[in-house]
Design a protein around this ligand. Structure first.
Ligand SMILES: Nc1ncnc2c1ncn2[C@@H]1O[C@H](COP(=O)(O)OP(=O)(O)OP(=O)(O)O)[C@@H](O)[C@H]1O
Length: 260
């Protein structure tokens, strides 16, 4: 087991967004979290990644109680999170975006501090090919099969390119557990198979993955196991095949959705 949550609860005023959620994620698996809009998926992911502190419950990662730790503390413990709207430095090129992540991964407190460090202390792309962060960033871009020049500013990338860049950045922080927030959203059906292959390749490289997602083809293709939330409750947990025919899940969520 890599991560477990025990009776995790998160409230917003009177609203209980996540209720008593207990689950375990095993090392090396791709674990999906699905459910209707407002079910509590993002809130739950935010509890795991340190953006929210749960009011109740406990989160354990690699045997350590991580409940209430900050995102940057968790990031240095190997937990990385992507966002549905990709967050990168728009005025930096792809390679420098990854170099910032590499510098952050090597111990800086925040991404902004890492950016400052890159600007002050590291050679610019093209100035000094011996700088190891350039080589590492190039290798990560190769790994995610980044399809355009690494010198393109992030603000000029399309959704699919940005998502690949974000995955490379997450890997640059030396992630052992990657939390993907609707990573397939905005991709065209033609782009999906390659992206699914990439997520599996990341898992095969030794990174455990938790993803929340509405794109059913993605979920059913990549996940080993799935938990289903509904109004903050976990109503089911199981393999993709078990979830596809679980009556509670069909009633609450999958109903009319195409799951094949
Ligand atoms: N910051 C917040 N303040 C108040 N209520 C919130 C906040 N964030 C989420 N909620 C509420 O908590 C509940 C769970 O929301 P959450 O975004 O976690 O659901 P979700 O399953 O991720 O939904 P979606 O699939 O639409 O992204 C919803 O009722 C939502 O309105």
């Amino acid at each position: 087991m890599l991560l477990s949550t025990e009776s995790v609860e998160k409230r917003f005023g009177g609203l209980v967004a996540v209720k008593d959620v207990t689950l375990t994620v095993n090392e090396g698996e791709i674990f999906g979290i699905i459910g209707p809009n407002g079910a509590g998926k993002t809130t739950f992911l935010n509890c795991i990644s340190g953006y929210y502190r749960p009011e109740k419950g406990k989160i354990t990662y690699q045997g350590h109680d991580i409940t209430g730790k900050s995102p940057h503390q968790l990031s240095h413990m190997g937990i990385a999170r992507t966002f549905q709207i990709v967050r990168c430095f728009p005025k930096l090129n792809a390679i420098d975006n990854i170099r910032v992540a590499l510098i952050f991964g090597s111990g800086k407190k925040t991404y902004n501090e890492s950016l400052d460090h890159l600007t002050r202390h590291y050679p610019k792309l093209g100035e000094d090919r011996r700088d190891p962060t350039i080589h590492q960033a190039e290798a990560l871009l190769d790994f995610v099969r980044f399809p355009v020049s690494p010198k393109i500013l992030a603000e000029n990338l399309n959704t699919m390119q940005l998502k690949r860049l974000e995955l490379a950045r997450s890997l640059g922080t030396n992630a052992k557990l990657l939390l993907l927030d609707e990573v397939a959203a905005g991709l065209t059906p033609a782009e999906l198979p390659d992206f699914i292959a990439l997520v599996k390749k990341i898992r095969d490289s030794g990174v455990t993955i938790i993803c929340i997602e509405h794109v059913m083809k993605f979920i059913m293709d990549v996940c080993d196991r799935i938990a289903v939330l509904n109004f903050g409750d976990k109503i089911a947990e199981g393999t993709t095949d078990e979830i596809k025919c679980n009556p509670k899940v069909l009633e609450a969520y999958l109903g009319e959705e195409t799951v094949h």
